[in-house]
Design a protein around this ligand. Structure first.
Ligand code: AMP
Ligand code: FE
Ligand code: FE
Ligand code: ZN
Length: 275
């Protein structure tokens, strides 16, 4: 039995519907899936139904944007109670910040002579968690950029003219919200931060797991994070971080996490004794 614990749909910056993602997972022979859209649980209800129809175990989740030592870090929450008031109010706050940020980014692009409208970005996003990938698509569809990569390179990367920072919570706050919603907290893609010294600091803030297997962890990276997880008392987890066709080819199926890791992670749930 295998799982993929890191997946995005079009409810954030992926391109697949929950149904398409579940169908592809079934084809890949995956038995358990977590949906982890950025700062959103909007797709969880549909994903749960899609998984149920296909005999796949579903884990409701989200990927929260947080910060530590001035770096953006992502905290994955699993088995979230999607009715938890602190979770819902935080997500609503973050989504409002994201929408205002889109308006700021569009304004900055307008100042550069690009007549993009915020409405066109929101129409493309069509979800509660709009972000830079939607601005990138609007730039391409409007004929202002050749492709998605050029949009990031020219306008949307940190430091480029259209870039606007995003309000972020600190890691203890993110972990607290996840635990209060009955979930477990995992540090996403540690290899992308290029700052391994922060991992023990974040573990001490109450993490339950470390995403050791990820499609951007190459060579011996996964094995070294697996060792680190053991040393820090964290469950070693993994996921593809599939964004559908957003990044060329779909990544679902590339990471096949042994189901034993799902069981170990589940045992860390604050309400595990009741489940
Ligand atoms: P945001 O949360 O709005 O800042 O957008 C971040 C998302 O943009 C990430 O989750 C990726 O999906 C995507 N992204 C970030 N940097 C790049 C890049 N250089 N090229 C393509 N996509 C990117
Ligand atoms: Fe993303
Ligand atoms: Fe991430
Ligand atoms: Zn992700």
């Amino acid at each position: 039995m295998f799982a993929d614990l890191h997946l995005h749909t079009f409810f954030s910056d992926g391109t697949f519907s929950p149904e398409e993602l579940a169908t592809r997972a079934q084809t890949e022979g995956l038995n358990a899936l977590a949906l982890t859209d950025h700062d959103s649980i909007e797709g969880c209800a549909r994903m749960e139904a899609a998984c149920r129809e296909r005999g796949i175990e579903f884990i409701p989740g989200a990927e929260l944007t947080a910060e530590h030592r001035d770096r953006e870090v992502h905290i994955l929450g699993y088995w979230l109670d999607t009715t938890s008031p602190p979770l819902l109010s935080r997500l609503a706050g973050f989504q409002a910040v994201r929408s205002n940020r889109i308006r700021d980014m569009v304004h900055r692009l307008n100042e550069r002579g690009i007549p993009l409208t915020a409405e066109s970005v929101f129409a493309i996003a069509n979800c509660q968690s709009p972000g830079r990938p939607h601005v990138a698509r609007a730039l391409v569809e409007g004929g202002f950029c050749r492709d998605y990569d050029e949009a990031f390179e020219k306008y949307l990367k940190k430091g480029r003219p259209g870039w606007v920072s995003k309000a972020r919570m600190d890691v203890p706050t993110a972990i607290g919200i996840i635990h209060a919603a009955g979930g477990v907290a995992v540090l996403a893609h540690p290899g992308l931060y290029r700052a391994d010294f922060i991992i023990p600091e974040l573990a001490a803030a109450g993490l339950d797991g470390l995403e050791c297997w990820h499609t951007k962890h190459f060579g011996g990276t996964s094995a070294s994070y697996e060792r680190m997880a053991g040393q820090l008392g964290l469950v070693a987890t993994g996921g593809s971080d599939c964004h559908g066709m957003a990044k060329g080819e779909p990544l679902i199926g590339r990471i096949r996490l042994p189901y034993a890791q799902v069981i170990a992670l589940k045992a860390r749930r604050p309400l595990a004794q009741a489940a």
